[in-house]
Design a protein around this ligand. Structure first.
Ligand SMILES: Cc1cc2nc3c(=O)[nH]c(=O)nc-3n(C[C@H](O)[C@H](O)[C@H](O)COP(=O)(O)OP(=O)(O)OC[C@H]3O[C@@H](n4cnc5c(N)ncnc54)[C@H](O)[C@@H]3O)c2cc1C
Ligand code: FES
Length: 303
């Protein structure tokens, strides 16, 4: 990675950031982390690595990851690193333990899902613009409603913990398609109450997580809460439209195809509501609901 490319990308994010919470800035270059654990989490897996350098990420930031061994061996794939939201980060002896939630959908995620303790993991990050605290989004906003869909619950897990540490009241809504595409709630939200929706009805409300959000937004407390969402594009677009229609401030953690992760390739361009594009890797992945034209971004990898 060229230092020039990374530094050239950063001012755009900072300019667009306004009153948003400052991101943790990644050290230059990739670094080797040791894999500490890899455990099942329903239909997904959670793997952990020891980052000897840091800094500690803020919820919504992501890392570019590649396994040290067995990367690019199947017909050259996966060649590039893969973007991953950090699901939790905790200081431990020797550095910071980073947790990632993975759904195996292709060669990169399949390899990461089978990492074993002691293996090496190449890491660049933390990258991108994180979630903002409720009070930084609008005056009088002092609570949070988290809305996660599928693997999209990953960045909400660390953000919930960071909001709770800051004394912000949080309500959490999580939706899954079916049992096979569900996991991580017991492991990443074990501390707190989560309202579940599943399309196949195997747990919680039968239907969409946005059904739960619609009910919650009709309640009194909704006027003083910000919505934070991450999930498949259709879910994010439904959340975006619902919040814009009701005048509720909302931030969305989005995905787009990311080849570099630091602003150099323009592969992650997303249309802005006022015209033009943003590079999601440096101006996102967390965006304001009114900032983008649509959350229906192609090629994000998850349905
Ligand atoms: C900011 C960010 C955070 C992320 N966080 C996580 C996370 O926490 N956990 C996680 O599991 N994943 C996460 N992802 C998604 C992950 O990085 C991608 O799914 C990644 O591309 C998977 O790599 P792969 O080699 O396994 O599969 P790929 O070969 O990249 O394919 C992945 C899927 O996307 C489809 N696809 C690929 N390219 C296109 C395209 N151009 N148009 C339409 N469909 C396409 C493929 O058919 C396949 O189903 C995140 C992505 C971003 C941008
Ligand atoms: S991933 Fe390369 S510019 Fe965003």
């Amino acid at each position: 990675m060229s230092a020039g490319a990374r530094n050239a990308a950063r001012p755009a994010a900072a300019e667009r950031g306004g009153s948003r919470r400052a991101a943790s800035v990644a050290p230059l270059g990739r670094r080797r982390c040791e894999v500490l654990a890899n455990r099942p989490a329903g239909g997904y897996r959670i793997f952990s690595a020891l980052d000897p350098v840091g800094p500690e990420p803020v919820g919504g930031q992501f890392y570019m990851l590649a396994a040290e061994a067995g990367w690019g061996v199947r017909d050259g794939r996966p060649y590039l690193s893969r973007a991953f939201s950090v699901a939790e980060a905790q200081p431990v002896d020797g550095g910071i333990r980073l947790d990632f939630l993975v759904e195996a959908v292709g060669p990169g995620t399949e390899r990461l899902a089978e990492l074993e303790p002691g293996e090496g993991l190449w890491v660049v990050g933390p990258l991108g613009r994180p979630f903002s605290r409720p009070g930084d989004l609008a005056p009088g906003i002092d609570g949070a409603i988290l809305v996660g869909g599928g693997i999209g619950l990953a960045p909400l897990a660390i953000w919930r913990r960071q909001l709770s540490d800051a004394g912000v009241p949080v309500r959490t809504l999580i939706g899954f398609r079916d049992r096979e595409h569900a996991g991580g709630v017991d492991e990443l939200f074990e501390c707190c109450e989560v309202r579940l929706a599943t399309e196949d009805g195997h747990a919680g409300h039968r239907g969409y997580v946005t059904d739960l959000l619609a009910v919650m937004l009709r309640g009194d407390a909704a006027a003083s809460a910000a919505v934070y969402a991450c999930g498949p594009p259709a879910m994010l677009e439904a959340v975006r439209e619902m919040c814009l229609a009701r005048g509720v401030v909302a931030e969305l953690a989005m995905e787009a195809p990311m080849a570099c992760g630091f602003g150099a390739c323009y592969g992650c361009a997303v249309p802005l509501s006022g015209g033009g594009f943003m590079r999601l890797c440096v101006d996102g992945p967390v965006v304001g609901a009114s900032e983008i034209e649509t959350a229906l971004v192609r090629g994000s990898g998850h349905r």
